[in-house]
Design a protein. Structure first.
Length: 248
């Protein structure tokens, strides 16, 4: 991947023209760090009570080609239940804004690694790092409407990476039987204690196109796929299928 600035596709999925200058996450005072640590512990304990059922994961694991990394893609507001279910080594795109540090600590507690980037700086550098991560055979995760929205607006970062590396995109969606929905731009979802959480894995697909600009034209089609997957996971949850019984 080129070190040149990338237009309309940053690491977290937002649309912007940015430079590839190195970025450093903001330093936090001890009170903020302590609050993040306590909050992360509470989230981990809460997640252990969720009754999680994954739809399509066994098929994906069975059919995926050895050594071929995947680009897991989902809406920012569903990050928490999806990371909790996924629970495997994955590099996740996180904003380099101050509030991104909270998300970084949470996803790290579920075995994921964070790469920081935003629409103001560091996006091209983050995309380059993610491209290398995929080439090395390691999975990544992207929220195409992050870090600050608009909610459910699909920016082309994941499509650019798929086209450049020929790595498959795997869409993810979730539904919780009971949850808190925060009054944030993304409607961040936190399943309540002992909630039934259903997670759906979409069919993998690779983005074509002669170049990244052509690949970026697929955003509407992929948005439709992700919305259809969301409808599917809601139907699965409402069907009342029994969960696997494994509490994570």
């Amino acid at each position: 991947m080129s070190d040149a600035p990338i237009s309309s596709s940053n690491a977290t999925g937002t649309s912007s023209s940015v430079s590839s200058a190195p970025n450093t996450p903001p330093k936090l005072d001890w009170k903020t760090r302590s609050a993040i640590a306590v909050g992360g512990f509470i989230i981990r304990m809460l997640a252990r009570t969720w009754r999680i059922r994954a739809v399509g994961r066994e098929r994906f694991d069975r059919e995926r080609k050895p050594g071929v990394a995947a680009i897991f893609t989902f809406w920012h507001g569903q990050m928490l239940p999806l990371v909790a279910e996924h629970h495997r080594p994955t590099t996740v795109l996180i904003s380099d804004h101050r509030d991104g540090e909270i998300i970084t600590q949470i996803v790290s507690s579920f075995g994921c690694r964070a790469v920081r980037g935003s629409s103001s700086k560091g996006a091209a550098r983050a995309l380059l790092q993610l491209s290398r991560t995929l080439t090395d055979g390691n999975d990544i995760a992207i929220t195409p409407d992050g870090p600050r929205g608009p909610r459910h607006s699909f920016a082309p970062g994941a499509l650019v990476l798929s086209q450049r590396t020929q790595s498959p995109i795997v869409l993810l969606a979730s539904h919780a039987s009971r949850m808190w929905k925060l009054k944030t731009w993304d409607g961040f979802e936190i399943p309540k204690p002992f909630a039934r959480v259903t997670v759906a894995y979409g069919e993998p697909f690779v983005v074509g196109g002669a170049d990244v600009r052509e690949a970026a034209l697929d955003t509407d089609a992929v948005t439709a796929k992700l919305n259809a997957l969301q409808e599917h996971v809601v139907r699965e949850a409402q069907a009342g299928s029994r969960p696997s019984g494994r509490v994570k």
